[in-house]
Design a protein around this ligand. Structure first.
Ligand code: ZN
Length: 194
């Protein structure tokens, strides 16, 4: 039998993390939550969230812990709880320290944001919202956070661009239009705007 510690680590799929505690509780709607208390290990506690470089600590942890929603485990809603502090980065100033499980500023784990991003490519936003149990606007925010991982250099879209296609697609029941320019050779979108 694996330990609860190993189980939580595997479930969260995150490295450089220390699991401190894990408990189940039911919220007022009767939904079961698994809340895992975690922190970055001592070698990654004072990292800048943008460049993952060691910085100096700016303050001590906050009075209350923060929580991040993780991917569901069946019907159970999984979340990480952690106390965070700020660091002082020579390049980015005073910012909330890096946590190994999430993008900077996100209330979700990286796996959650990436899953929403992947689903949003194939499914309508309303379906993603219902399936992931998040509101409609949150879908867009999750997608935005994953863009850098999916396409780090957007300017590369213009590399070797020879044959283009231009089309318009309507939304809002045909009242508004988006112009889309695609690279015909790679079948990828180069540019799109209202
Ligand atoms: Zn920095």
């Amino acid at each position: 039998m694996v330990s609860a510690n190993t189980l939580c680590k595997k479930l969260l799929n995150v490295n450089h993390v220390v699991i401190e505690d894990a408990n189940f509780y039911d919220d007022q709607d009767g939904v079961c939550h698994l809340r895992i208390r975690a922190r970055a290990d001592k070698w990654h506690q004072d990292y800048c969230p943008f460049y993952h470089k060691q910085c100096s600590r700016y303050d001590q942890k906050t009075e209350y812990p923060r929580t991040w929603r993780s991917l569901d485990f069946g019907a159970i809603l999984v979340e990480i709880e952690g106390w965070i502090h700020r660091i002082e980065c020579p390049e980015h100033g005073v910012v909330t320290a890096y946590v190994p499980w999430a993008y900077p500023g996100s209330g979700f784990t990286r796996d959650f944001d990436l899953t929403v991003g992947w689903l949003a490519v194939y499914l309508p936003r309303s379906v993603v919202s219902e399936y992931m149990r998040i509101d409609w606007e949150t879908v867009g925010r999750c997608v935005n956070r994953t863009l850098n991982d999916i396409e780090p250099e957007r300017s590369k879209r213009l590399d070797n661009l020879v044959n283009i296609g231009i089309d318009e697609t309507s939304y809002k029941k045909g009242h508004k239009y988006i112009t889309v320019i695609v690279n015909h050779d790679t079948n990828t979108v180069v540019w799109a705007a209202q």
